[in-house]
Write a protein that binds this ligand. Structure first.
Ligand SMILES: C[S@@+](CC[C@H](N)C(=O)[O-])C[C@H]1O[C@@H](n2cnc3c(N)ncnc32)[C@H](O)[C@@H]1O
Length: 243
């Protein structure tokens, strides 16, 4: 199954930073429309001159370029310095638009995104809507110039059944950030630190032991905590139903 099929054929593929087109030349074989966004005018011109089929080359900065409408999938060998910013830009579209991403990144980075060093704020903020997995690895010698670290693919997928509604993602991300910002080791200690805002009882409604370390909280447990702590806004009752 090709990536296009798995993400749905209605999606457009956006390649981030195509450079000389090493990945692009493989992608166009698929016959699926590709938009390649390259900030460096030299590389953007060189790629456009190749006149590859199904390819639109855009000379712009991916972090600010207005993304096309509709569902998208992303691919890119991301520049090391701005990888997180680029990833966040994709994820912030929401799971209905950002369907899938395949990103080449430093191995340590993909390990961090996939839980090798314990939970972290970034993952806790995005995992209700996305999964992160490690894909193929590439030794640094396969690249020119040779980077300072081995490279690995980070596979991002939108969850078919999100753990929280996307409409509440801003509140969710603030909640998770508030817990991390307490700098407490366990969720029970963090809850006590947040008592003034969240109320001392909110942990009782969650199926999470107070002794659980914040860095060990799973995506499902974060969602449980969020739902226990912040009930959804009261539904408006229509005059008809009130009668
Ligand atoms: C690590 S290289 C990858 C090049 C090529 N895709 C490859 O795999 O050989 C990163 C590419 O991203 C481009 N780039 C860096 N920042 C960018 C940005 N903000 N928007 C778009 N492209 C960017 C660089 O010019 C460079 O071509």
């Amino acid at each position: 199954m090709t990536g296009a099929e798995s993400a749905g054929n209605d999606s457009v593929t956006v390649e981030v930073g195509p450079g000389a087109g090493r990945i692009t030349k493989e992608l166009v074989r698929d016959g699926h429309p590709i938009v390649a966004v390259e900030v460096d005018p030299h590389w953007a011109d060189r790629l456009a001159e190749l006149e590859l089929p199904n390819l639109t080359v855009v000379n712009d900065d991916f972090t600010t370029w207005p993304l096309p409408d509709g569902p998208l999938r992303f691919i890119g060998n991301l520049p090391f310095g701005t990888g997180t910013r680029m990833l966040r830009r994709c994820l912030a579209l929401g799971p209905d638009r950002c369907r899938e991403g395949v990103f080449l990144l430093q191995k340590q980075y993909t390990r961090k995104r996939t839980g090798a060093y314990g939970g972290n704020l970034f993952n806790a903020q995005w995992e209700p809507w996305y999964t992160f997995r490690r894909g193929l690895g590439f030794p640094r010698q396969e690249f020119a110039p040779v980077p300072g670290s081995d490279t690995e693919t980070l596979l991002v997928r939108s969850r078919p059944r999100p753990l929280a509604p996307w409409s509440r993602h801003a509140a969710y991300q603030r909640f998770v950030e508030d817990v991390f910002n307490t700098s407490r080791l366990t969720i029970g200690e963090a809850a006590r630190a947040l008592d003034r805002r969240a109320g001392p009882g909110w942990l009782r409604g969650a199926r999470v032991p107070p002794g659980l370390r914040v860095k060990d909280i799973t995506a499902e447990q974060w969602a449980d905590l969020f739902h226990a702590c912040t009930p959804p806004p009261a539904r408006r009752i229509s005059p008809q139903r009130r009668r």
